[in-house]
Design a binder for this molecule. Structure first.
Ligand SMILES: [Zn+2]
Length: 602
């Protein structure tokens, strides 16, 4: 759907005019007036001094810390994690504006509305049924679920009966064919009837981020299998995009800038009630890239707290790389054997859980720990085998500094350790280096991708904070002559983050050096036919926003400089490892300076 279609069908301008941006944003963050501008702490990144500016006249907002910006629609999309059309509809509803829908969209919307309506009826049936089922109530109380939580999470019970819900829905004049689409009843093989999907189970309504009942999870009370049963996929429910408890947790996740991810509904519920309000559950299903994407709206720090059993461990090892690929700082919480978050917290060990969250370890450390736990470290042969596998794990670590830290920890297991820690470390290091070299050879056979095209999808779907910072600097230099010389002095054009950015920054630097003006048209002429022409026109039509502040320029410069230094260190480290740079070279001095400078931030 093109932007023109959207404009044509949705009265966007009308909705925008009738929405008070200050009032909308104030429901989420507190806005303070400072001079003629309205400032707030940005809800999209963690900060102590406000860099989130609301411009009443333009009906726009922008954060000079993380680079996010937009209007009322994008604000609601980001903060509620909803789609553009959901944001438009929500704001239209609030402004009392009716939207005409296309037939296809109307049908989808009607289907979804219908299922949500049926789910609401089912939810109220399940919660009534819980009140009439002492054994289910007793089960919940035994699991430490308070009366307050039962209400907060709208918990319910599905009776041990084949047609309890089906009968109720029929009495409410709901067509069971629709209830089947919602996944609540199943068509019987014999005859024409329908029977209930959930029987003798505690019911956890699964809600989307706006709190709508999109599906149900049923947990067996006894030993029935499966232990967890979820509604099937429907127009209302996409399993791989839903995290249980996110509607309650999202604010804390954004505030604490960290999400705790557990396996089951009860784990999430118990953790949230015990004060870990930033906890969500994968609902017993595997974590997907969509889940990670969903969480990335609120934070880039994740703590995986899966069960301590082998299924939990392998789920952890499968999930962690997805977070790493999405740029998360991901840690693994090591649950004591035989525990899950629910059991631990139910024993009243909230402080123990806090300690485990704080001590959650990087993925490499977790892999090494699993390896050591499963190795026979009493025999020399066991130690040697463990070290061999450990070098393979360490070969995955990109930073040489970090690799060295692990090697120092492993040296005590080396058979030659008694001959001195240094010798043992050197031998392990050689093994790791051999693994790295072997992999380097394997990977250098495939052609190298330029870095800015390495992740085209990620860049297209949502500009990263880095590219936003780059754009902010470029725009500052074009719009205001005071910034050009300062920015170029601190960040030469070749140190910009993308190849388009490098080209545009070079053009700006050339005009500065020649003491020429910085008009959009002149720049466009300079860049005609280059890849940066698109970037320039994009910058020229992007919102004008409030004034570019010195603080914003500083922050963006800092972000780009760190990025460049990290890239530079990576390149140098690779060349040092391959023996291209010797310790007497000037580049080695630069390498060493960067290692020390970035030591704590790599
Ligand atoms: Zn921000």
């Amino acid at each position: 759907m093109g932007a023109e279609d959207v404009k044509f069908r949705y009265p966007l301008d009308d909705i925008r005019t009738k929405t008070d941006i200050v009032e909308l944003i104030s429901t989420y963050v507190s806005i303070k007036r400072s001079g003629k501008s309205l400032k707030a702490l940005c809800p999209f990144h963690t900060e102590k001094t406000p860099s989130f500016i609301v411009n009443e006249d333009l009906q726009r907002w922008r954060c000079y810390g993380c680079g996010e910006y937009g209007d009322v629609f994008t604000f609601l999309m980001k903060i509620e994690n909803i789609t553009f059309s959901e944001a438009v509809q929500e704001l239209a509803k609030r402004a009392g504006i009716t939207i005409q829908r296309s037939p296809a969209e109307g049908k989808w919307e009607n289907d979804r509305e219908k299922l949500l309506h049926i789910n609401n009826a089912a939810a109220s049936y399940f919660s009534q049924a819980l009140l009439a089922a002492p054994h289910a109530m007793a089960y919940l109380h035994k699991r430490g679920v308070s009366q307050e939580s039962i209400v907060k999470y709208s918990l319910g019970y599905a009776p041990e009966d084949w047609r309890a819900l089906a009968g109720y829905l029929t009495s409410k004049r709901i067509d069971l064919r629709d209830a089947e689409k919602a996944g609540l009843v199943i068509k019987s093989d014999k005859g024409s009837g329908y029977y209930d999907r959930f029987r003798n189970r505690i019911i956890f309504p699964i809600q989307d981020v706006t709190g709508k009942n999109i599906a149900f999870g049923g947990r067996a009370i006894g030993d029935e299998q499966p232990k967890y049963l979820n509604s099937p996929e429907s127009p209302a429910f996409a399993k791989n995009k839903t995290l249980y408890g996110l509607n309650h947790a999202r604010k804390s996740i954004a505030q604490e800038d960290r999400a705790i991810i557990v396996e089951g509904y009860l784990d999430a519920l118990t953790a949230q009630c015990a004060g870990f309000s930033n906890t969500v559950a994968t609902m017993g299903t595997a974590l997907t890239p969509e889940h990670v994407n969903l969480l990335s709206r609120y934070t880039h720090t994740a703590v995986i707290a899966f069960d301590s059993d082998s299924a939990g461990m392998s789920a952890t090892l499968r999930s962690a790389p997805m977070f790493e690929q999405a740029g998360f700082d991901v840690r693994v919480l090591c649950m004591p054997p035989g525990n899950d978050p629910d059991s631990l917290l139910r024993e009243g060990k909230a402080s123990e859980f806090t300690r485990l969250v704080t001590e959650a370890m990087p993925v490499v450390e977790y892999r090494l720990k699993l390896l050591q736990d499963s190795s026979d470290l009493k025999s020399d042969q066991g130690k040697v085998e463990m070290l061999k596998k450990a070098s393979a794990i360490l070969a995955d670590v990109a930073s040489a500094v970090e690799r060295d830290r692990y090697i120092r920890g492993l040296a005590q297991y080396h058979p030659n350790f008694s001959g001195g820690a240094t010798r043992a470390e050197e031998q392990i290091r050689r093994d790791v280096d051999n693994q790295v070299t072997a992999r380097g050879r394997a990977s250098s056979r495939s052609p190298q991708m330029p870095r800015e095209t390495a992740k085209p999808d990620a860049v297209k779907s949502r500009p990263s904070a880095l590219t936003l910072a780059e754009r902010c600097l470029l725009k500052a230099m074009i719009m205001d002559p005071i910034w050009g010389p300062k920015v170029i002095a601190e960040l030469p054009p070749e140190q910009f983050a993308t190849s388009q950015g490098i080209t545009l920054a070079s053009a700006i630097a050339n005009r500065l050096a020649a003491e020429k003006g910085m008009a959009w048209n002149d720049l466009a002429e300079d860049l005609a036919g280059t890849e940066a022409a698109d970037l320039l026109s994009e910058l020229s039509i992007a919102d004008s926003g409030p004034d570019i502040t010195a603080q914003a320029v500083e922050d963006c410069l800092k972000r780009l400089k760190i990025h460049w230094k990290r890239q530079r260190l990576k390149d140098l480290a690779a060349r040092v490892e391959q023996g291209e740079i010797r310790s007497s070279d000037e580049e080695f001095a630069e390498y060493w300076r960067l290692v020390q400078e970035l030591h704590n931030t790599v």
